[in-house]
Design a protein around this ligand. Structure first.
Ligand SMILES: C[S@@+](CC[C@H](N)C(=O)[O-])C[C@H]1O[C@@H](n2cnc3c(N)ncnc32)[C@H](O)[C@@H]1O
Ligand code: SF4
Length: 430
């Protein structure tokens, strides 16, 4: 908690040099909690649109795959242990004098992929348990696992409950068969809700569905049908993303060759409007640009940590961590990650052979832009005590352009500003 009184939303220009928003935040930064992200890169097949750090293992000889997965689990456990042993100061920027070396209690754990649920329940449980073995967990820690529908089983979810998982995020993407086919998904349209029912019966407290909209060939009626199916499902949360076609992915190459139509921004805007309208009428609160939830208890605490510019360890191939303005990331290749962790042996984290691929320290101007860009994604925006200094003229410009507004003393995006976040942040950071 900040000891200084909350500042008004219009931060005076003479506050330049004020760093309370970094060193004594109210809801952001170190006040947002502390998380651990664990990346499991294995997928049966790489979907044509996916740009995440993925290792497709479906075509591997079973013995080789088993060996790689076993060594990866050992590596992720060893990497977490080394990061924790190095202490907090080793991860922070050199000038973070306000931080001591102890790790805070973990408030959220997120096991993402890839397809974490491709691992055996024993191996996945071992990955999750490693966090509690190395760090103190908060009493109400949120533990999320991403699950692909075709990997779901009652036994798997019971094993996850036993190891403390509180939340499962199921990659449904769409309930329209031809859209799933275009997306190269390996499950039927019925499977995600069967998976959700299994997870609920096994005792998973919070359930989320991932959706993708604006896939070429998807009609407005088909998207409406997907949303109607969500409302009939027993789920608490939805993450809905506009399809992004990245260069370098199979979809990117097909679009470049004219074999797949590109996404259309106006169509995606219409799908987003339908998402807001249908789920809003069905009792969901759209608390972040891509995330509606059935009430504030069902918000994703781990993702809120990201949007509130918080601190988290990132462990696994391609995983990113962040602490007080320093970011680091590991090599994206699973075999290289496994090799580097094993070769690092007992050396200190980040020294000698290391799975680290890079790190950077952000300056205050970069952190200010990031604080605004992330914080304004959330519907209620930023508390005045978490706002970086903003020049009055810059604020006036963003307000009069209709991109931001003040509400209950907080700065937040308007409905229009949510679509034009880059523009809003550019104006605020002049
Ligand atoms: C990295 S994936 C992992 C989840 C899981 N493997 C699955 O596919 O069900 C997390 C989510 O990101 C979203 N996603 C991945 N690539 C995307 C893209 N190019 N455009 C939009 N959303 C994407 C999907 O909704 C996906 O469920
Ligand atoms: S299953 Fe998920 S992580 Fe794997 S390739 Fe498909 S979208 Fe990416």
């Amino acid at each position: 908690m900040s000891s200084s009184p909350p500042r008004v939303a219009i931060t005076p220009a003479d506050a330049a040099g004020d760093r309370d928003w970094l060193t004594s935040p109210v809801e952001c930064g170190s006040a947002a909690g502390f998380g651990v992200y664990l990346h499991v890169p294995f997928c049966h097949h790489r979907c044509g649109y996916c740009d995440f750090a993925v290792a497709a293992v479906g075509g591997l000889d079973p013995a080789r795959r088993d060996d790689l997965e076993g060594r990866y689990v050992a590596a992720i456990r060893a990497d977490l242990a080394r990061q924790v042993a190095a202490g907090r100061r080793a991860h922070a920027p050199p000038d973070a004098d306000h931080l001591d070396d102890r790790w805070p209690e973990v408030t959220s754990v997120f096991v993402g992929g890839g397809t974490p649920t491709l691992l055996s329940p024993e191996r996945l449980s071992s990955v999750i348990a490693s966090v509690g073995e190395e760090l103190d967990l908060a009493a109400e820690v949120e533990v999320t696992v991403e699950a692909n529908p075709e990997t779901a089983s009652r036994e798997l979810f019971e094993a996850l409950v036993a190891v403390g998982v509180t939340r499962v995020s199921i990659g449904a993407q769409s309930f329209t068969p031809h859209v799933l086919k275009t997306l190269e998904r390996e499950h039927t349209a019925a499977r995600p809700l069967m998976a959700a029912a299994m997870a609920r019966e096994a005792g998973i407290a919070e359930l989320s569905l991932d959706l993708i909209y604006g896939t070429p060939g998807e009609t407005a009626d088909e998207w409406d049908d997907t949303l109607a199916r969500v409302l009939t499902a027993d789920v608490d949360h939805v993450s809905a993303y506009a399809l992004t076609i990245h260069d370098g992915t199979p979809f990117g190459r097909r679009v470049a060759r004219g074999l797949l139509p590109d996404v259309e921004e106006d169509v995606q805007a219409q799908r987003f409007a339908a998402l807001r309208q249908v789920l809003g009428a069905g009792g969901f609160e759209h608390y972040e640009v891509s995330n509606p939830a059935r009430g504030s208890r069902s918000r994703s605490r781990h993702n809120l940590l990201y949007w509130r510019h918080g601190d988290y360890l990132g462990v696994g191939a391609g995983a990113h961590g962040h602490l007080a303005g320093r970011r680091w990331w590991s090599t994206r290749s699973a075999p290289r990650y496994v090799h580097a962790v094993a070769a690092a042996g007992a050396s200190a984290w980040g020294e000698g052979v290391t799975p680290l691929a890079g790190s950077e320290v952000l300056d205050d101007a970069q952190r200010a832009a990031e604080r605004l860009f992330l914080g304004l994604r959330v519907r209620e925006g930023l508390h005045p005590g978490d706002l970086p200094p903003i020049q009055p003229l810059a604020l006036e410009d963003a307000l009069s352009a209709g991109l931001v507004e003040t509400a209950c003393g907080r700065l937040r995006c308007t409905e229009a500003g949510w679509f034009l976040l880059d523009d809003a942040v550019d104006r605020l950071t002049v």
